[in-house]
Design a protein around this ligand. Structure first.
Ligand code: 4AD
Ligand code: MG
Length: 455
């Protein structure tokens, strides 16, 4: 029976006849037989295949196998005398499915830089690190759904093509048709008005929260921001819960609980892959993640954050002053140097936050919340939403937003408006945090950044 290597190694049954299918990592010849390391992507570990010279294709094929060749191996699982592996597969047949020319196959058995691997994004998942990232990412994604589904949240598929710029930051990619004279014209022709790729599913999630209570959306989002940093992508995935009858405090609790749930999940279920990251990518990662789940997050207001940054006397590239946005260097100083743990910052100045955030009684701040984590900075951005019709209209007018495109959004405040809150978790930033990968381009299968979208 064909089996995945992860299944075999989870409960090895010595003497079992089975078949594996995968790619050759290495081949080593001894006298009268060869050791072939085969991996199939189901887990980090490979299985060692023992191919004896009595196999009919030993001389013609097996001795020519090299890294990257695909094989189908049938054999008997047996105790391995070698250190570091419990079992090995004594082959009765090794079928070569696809050759990989060792002269040209780019993944040779040597260290490749992540920059090099980015240029072969079609082959890089075959490396240990990128394969491990893919498995952890998949587990986290499943975990996002289980976290919300276990708590009765309803998933909403919000649109990818949208006509409202949620963040109001003007970073929307426009959607056009091939016959377009100009981008705006084409979009207007097709949808009757200009349309773009969504920057966030929040506004539509709000619609469903105000009908179904607790909802979430989890999908790709797009931002045409020209930031070539290790934390920005032009296409990234966002997890956005939206909760009716929930204030900022409740929002904060759900966000902290979700992050801890997801980290606990991968600590328990991706230990082999996390050990690789801990060893080769980010020393001490496991201990740091354990710390996060074991302790409460810190919480300060924006005003307190500004005060603490000023008091630190640290020299920053960007000046710190009340009213200015916290830059990445400020965020990281707070969470890494002052607090040494995840930090929730709330109550930002209204002037630097989008129109939908609820204005506080002081009229200067809004009920905003960012969660900052060491090594990354902002991983979550959220807020309580402005549920009061008049206040919302005033904020939109102040921001210069054309109200006519948002009548549907305003209707939610006209008819049965309720206090509600939500947040957005940058999914790649979470994968970065959990794996310790330095650059966000390594934690999404096919990164899109300014000037880069090869396949
Ligand atoms: O803080 P942001 O812009 O919040 C929103 O979009 C809200 N509408 C979310 C909500 O309340 N439903 O983005 C949320 C998160 C950020 O904290 C960050 O982790 C991530 O999305 N993010 C990016 N990740 C990768 N590349 C980018 N260019 C990102 N921009 C934001
Ligand atoms: Mg933000």
């Amino acid at each position: 029976m064909r089996k995945r290597i992860a299944t075999i190694l989870a409960a090895p049954q010595r003497g079992e006849q089975l078949q594996i299918a995968g790619w050759v990592r290495t081949r080593r010849d001894a006298s009268g037989f060869s050791f072939i390391e085969v991996g199939d992507g189901s887990c980090l570990a490979n299985i060692q295949v023992i191919a004896d010279q009595t196999l009919t294709n030993y001389g013609d094929e097996i001795k020519k196998l090299s890294a990257g060749c695909s094989v189908l191996v049938t054999g008997t699982l047996q105790e391995s005398p070698a250190k570091g592996q419990a079992v090995e597969l004594l082959a009765s047949e090794v079928r070569v499915l696809g050759w990989a020319d060792p002269e040209t196959y780019p993944l040779q058995k040597k260290h490749h830089s992540f920059e090099f691997l980015r240029n072969i994004s079609h082959l890089r998942p075959r490396t240990n690190a990128l394969g491990a990232v893919a498995r952890v990412r998949s587990r986290l994604s499943y975990g996002v759904h289980s976290f919300f589904q276990e708590r009765g949240f309803i998933q909403v598929h919000t649109p990818i093509i949208t006509t409202s710029d949620c963040e109001g930051a003007g970073e929307m990619f426009q959607v056009t048709t091939p016959s377009a004279v100009s981008a705006a014209e084409a979009a207007a022709e097709f949808f009757g008005r200009p349309a773009g790729l969504t920057v966030s599913g929040q506004l539509q999630a709000e619609v469903y929260a105000q009908a179904l209570g607790n909802v979430y959306t989890f999908g790709p989002t797009f931002r045409a921001e020209n930031s070539n940093t290790s934390r920005h992508l032009a296409e990234f995935w966002m997890v956005e819960p939206e909760m009716a009858f929930c204030d900022l405090e409740c929002n904060r609790q759900v966000a902290e609980e979700m992050l801890k749930y997801l980290i606990r999940l991968v600590l328990a279920e991706c230990s082999e892959d996390l050990a690789l990251f801990d060893h080769f990518i980010a020393k001490g990662l496991l201990a740091r993640l354990q710390q996060v789940v074991d302790h409460d997050f810190a919480h300060i207001t924006y005003s307190e954050a500004v005060e603490q940054l000023l008091q630190s006397k640290h020299s920053f590239s960007y000046p710190v002053q009340w009213g200015g946005d916290l830059q990445s260097e400020h965020e990281r100083y707070l969470t890494e140097t002052i607090y040494h743990r995840p930090l929730i910052v709330t109550d930002y100045p209204a002037a630097i936050k989008p129109f939908y955030m609820r204005v506080s009684d002081d009229c200067r701040t809004v009920a905003a919340m960012d969660i900052l984590v060491p090594g990354i900075g902002e991983i979550i951005g959220g807020s309580q939403r402005e549920e009061r019709y008049d206040v919302l209209v005033a904020r939109m007018q102040q921001a210069g937003i054309e109200l006519s495109g948002y009548e549907w959004y305003l209707d939610l405040r006209r008819y049965g408006s309720v206090p509600h809150s939500g947040f957005g978790l940058g999914f790649e930033r979470l994968v970065q945090f959990v794996t310790g990968m330095a650059n966000i381009r390594e934690v999404i299968p096919f990164p899109r950044t300014p000037g880069f979208a090869p396949c």
